[in-house]
Design a protein around this ligand. Structure first.
Ligand SMILES: CC(C)(COP(=O)(O)OP(=O)(O)OC[C@H]1O[C@@H](n2cnc3c(N)ncnc32)[C@H](O)[C@@H]1OP(=O)(O)O)[C@@H](O)C(=O)NCCC(=O)NCCS
Length: 182
């Protein structure tokens, strides 16, 4: 992946296992903020390390040499027919939100997922998460529908919006992409 140049203070690149502590710090901020995930247990860098499975791309955004955002893909289902579908997450460090890092990370993740042979990204977004909904809408994600009372966060039932984005613009029957060798 080419680092971004020009007037932007940001650089985007594929993540490596050595980025796990920085990714954990940013993810844990998102967990603590209670705006993005049902997760409440903070993650260790070792737990982030297992994301690097050689199949599912992870990208990070740096500013001044510091990691300030990440976007990651994860397995969707174990059934073989869904091998080209990936879950995803995007998190920006608290101090860096609202300056374009999330957009940069997601754009890079979409490209990396396409290069890896995935044909669809899916996730779920809290209905109240306006920043995430706007970001994803502007990147071509479709809001499929709402899961009502999908789980409880701190004892309160929460609704989530299912989002999806087909990756190749010309997905057709005769050109079904293959996920790269595992
Ligand atoms: C959601 C998140 C990833 C967006 O990344 P970001 O770097 O803050 O957002 P960007 O600066 O790239 O902006 C992307 C779009 O979202 C909009 N946006 C950003 N913050 C917003 C806010 N607080 N409210 C409404 N819209 C917002 C921007 O205006 C922009 O839309 P536009 O291009 O149509 O103007 C980031 O705010 C974040 O990490 N939040 C906490 C974790 C989270 O919610 N992750 C998503 C889980 S599904």
């Amino acid at each position: 992946m080419e680092p971004m140049r020009g007037g932007s203070p940001f650089r985007v690149r594929a993540a490596i296992p050595a980025d796990a502590p920085a990714i954990a710090r940013i993810y844990n901020q998102g967990i603590e903020d209670r705006i993005a995930t049902f997760e409440t247990r903070l993650r260790s860098p070792e737990e982030i390390g297992v994301w690097f499975d050689g199949v599912h791309p992870v990208v990070i955004v740096e500013e001044g040499g510091e990691v300030i955002a990440f976007a990651a893909t994860f397995p969707y289902r174990s059934r073989e027919c869904y091998a080209g579908v990936a879950e995803f997450s995007v998190y920006v460090a608290r101090e860096a939100r609202g300056r374009g890092a999330g957009r940069l990370a997601m754009g890079a993740l979409i490209r990396a997922a396409e290069e890896a042979g995935f044909w669809k990204l899916v996730s779920r977004v809290f209905v109240e998460n306006a920043a995430s909904r706007r970001l994803l809408h502007s990147l071509g994600f479709r809001e499929v529908g709402i899961y009502e009372k999908h789980a409880r966060l701190d004892g309160r039932w929460r609704d989530v919006i299912i989002v999806e984005r087909l990756i190749p613009p010309n997905l057709r029957d005769e050109a079904s992409p293959a996920v790269s060798e595992r």
